[in-house]
Write a new protein. Sequence first.
Length: 423
Amino acid sequence: MKQKIALSILGIISTFFSFAQESKGINTTANSFNNWTNFKPASTEYDEPTHILSGIIDKDMTLSNKNTYLLVGVVYIKNATITIEPGTVIRGDQKTCGTLVVTRGAKIHAEGLETNPIIFTSNKDGFSRKPGDWGGIILLGNAPINKISGMSFLDFNLDSSMCQYGGKNAEDNSGILKYVRIEYSGRKLNELKELNGLSMAGVGKQTVLSNIQISYSNDDSFECYGGEINLDHLISYRCTDDDFDFTQGAQCNISNSIAIRYPYNSDFSGSRCFEIDSYDKIENADINKKMTTIIANNITLINMENNDQGLVRESIFIKKDSNLTLNNSIISGFAPFILLDKNIEPQAENLSKITFSNVLINNCKGSFESEQSTFNNELTNWFLNNSIVEFKKLSNNELFIDTNSKSKPDFRIRLNNNLVNNN
């Protein structure tokens, strides 16, 4: 297999600040992002496809790393397990919007290695690859969602009989994705619908989702529709819409993850690192079921253009009845840090659903804001009195070691020219 896989991040390492003894930002050992990541996917060449994946796969199948696969149209895994060997390359067909759907009850076992990741990418050549070249990966499970019926289906022009999700099994297992890259996904289906890099609908706790890099998605990188899920060591790089999107009562623990945004890779509708809501419409939700709750630890959210938000907006947008706990994290270069939906009134019972502890807010124009701007002073006073946050106004190059390297950016924290490592 012919690949020119670029060397990746030398390591994204957190540090300690004077006001707390907890590490901040993505917490990893030096060089742990080498080998499996790729920040210049357009310059990487892959073998031409030798095998085609299409239609419905209803028997267990193993994809060999000796082959390169072309994903043609919507491919459904139904009542079966698809196993993908480390180093396997699957290329999404542009003409037919290649998309992989793991239906409820089916499993994907895609466990790459740090030195030999599994790659889903565009079937186009080199620099002709663009965001939205193909569909993406969809996982459908039996874990709870908060829609009235407890069930739903993803309206992505899929076969409605095979795109249902939701149930009562919080421990449901859709398989494993580990040391996986997903590049140039997120096909636009119409004016209102776009596929995501990785869509997780009703996915349960036993599913393993770790060490996944999504680059140049034309819509969200990662989106959770309900479910109860653990996510760690995720990288969202230069996506067009949101990096991490949560809805329909998702119960999610996310840790040691990073969103790297570029202002002009963003969408006019507004692009955020985190978008958190509990339902699309209140009339569709069962308010007796769990509302979306996100616990996020050691997160780095960074806008790569100093003092230029471009189309990037706030780093976090949160809607009514949703819960967020953000700990030991770094947010740099947004306007503002967090924006609250206009329906969130500034009472303690509402604001106490959002907590920040040991968070560094760097170079953000504004901090705590509401779509009802008359609330901004109240919000600021509340969060400053009920959170542990620190503010700095540094350029990215002053805060991090080297963000300018295109093939191996280094986001280790620089503080007074001293580096305090965790390893």
